[in-house]
Write a protein that binds this ligand. Structure first.
Ligand SMILES: Nc1ncnc2c1ncn2[C@@H]1O[C@H](COP(=O)(O)OP(=O)(O)O)[C@@H](O)[C@H]1O
Ligand SMILES: [Mg+2]
Length: 265
């Protein structure tokens, strides 16, 4: 039965779509999971553009009663429900929850990319079982991102943690500790600023496929690993010397290990 998760923030441009897409593709291709990715950003859909999908049907059609089979498109071993590029009418996105219930048994993960707008985010939060907040490491974005956390709380959906994206490791950035202190949430990943992402967008290829050894791809993989519930393979010698491995782990690694245990079957 699928776990329904979404990456949210009330600010645009923090990396929600990038993270939803890269995690989905990583889980499908490197962890052999059955993944459905839904573009829940009705007003500014991006998933189809990132994946260069040509699609006739969309999430809006699905919400209006079109069959699931006719609105799902495969890309990099992930089933994708794109949103219509032309936002042609008002759609009842609150129906999403019921639709998800019907297809949940086909997948291990259902990932919903979210809009930064409150009105579109509420139904996505309501349809999700777990929420992950996305922020960049600056005070203004963090403050705004925490609004999304409050919104998720008001809907009763558990917030599992926070992801810091576009980390440049410069002195004026908000640190991992400061993010945890301000949000009372565990930091689960620190995804570095990655120049190659622009090139990936140009070639319409995901980072995890085109540049799998880049630092950002490595951190996305670390997060996907926690979602997969699988233990990271370390060799026998390392396991022996790192018996008390928590003592050597960075904060976000410890947090991911706690999260991974929640995803273990
Ligand atoms: N780690 C990163 N390094 C560099 N660029 C990034 C990174 N994450 C996202 N971006 C870029 O930032 C822009 C906004 O990302 P996107 O995922 O569309 O944000 P959102 O969905 O939150 O609006 C895109 O051009 C994307 O390629
Ligand atoms: Mg987006």
């Amino acid at each position: 039965m699928a776990k329904v998760i979404s990456f949210v923030s009330v600010k645009g441009g923090v990396g929600k779509t990038t993270i939803s897409l890269e995690i989905a593709i990583c889980l499908a291709n490197e962890f052999n999971k059955r993944v459905l990715l839904i573009d829940g950003n009705i007003s500014a859909p991006n998933i189809a553009l990132y994946l260069d999908l040509t699609h006739k049907n969309s999430l809006q059609d699905l919400l209006k009663g079109e069959s699931f089979q006719r609105t799902v498109y495969e890309s990099y071993n992930v089933d994708v429900v794109p949103a219509a590029l032309e936002h042609y009418d008002q759609t009842d996105i609150f129906r999403l929850r019921r639709i998800i219930e019907k297809v949940k048994n086909k997948y291990d993960f259902i990932i919903i990319d979210s809009s930064p707008h409150y009105s579109e985010m509420i139904p996505i939060v309501a349809a999700s079982e777990m929420i992950f907040i996305v922020t960049t490491p600056d005070k203004i974005t963090l403050t705004t991102s925490l609004k999304a956390a409050r919104l998720a709380k008001s809907q009763g959906t558990p917030i599992e943690g926070i992801i810091i994206n576009r980390v440049k490791n410069v002195p004026y950035e908000v640190s991992c500790e400061e993010v945890e202190w301000a949000s009372s949430l565990p930091v689960l990943a620190k995804i570095p600023e990655e120049k190659k992402i622009t090139e990936c967008i140009f070639y319409k290829q995901p980072l995890i496929i085109k540049e799998p050894r880049s630092k950002a791809a490595e951190e996305i993989r670390n997060l996907a690993q926690a979602f997969s519930g699988e233990e990271k393979k370390t060799n026998w010698f390392l396991r022996k010397i790192l018996k008390n491995k928590e003592a050597f782990m960075r904060r976000e690694q410890v947090n991911r290990e706690i999260l991974r245990r929640k995803f273990m079957i």
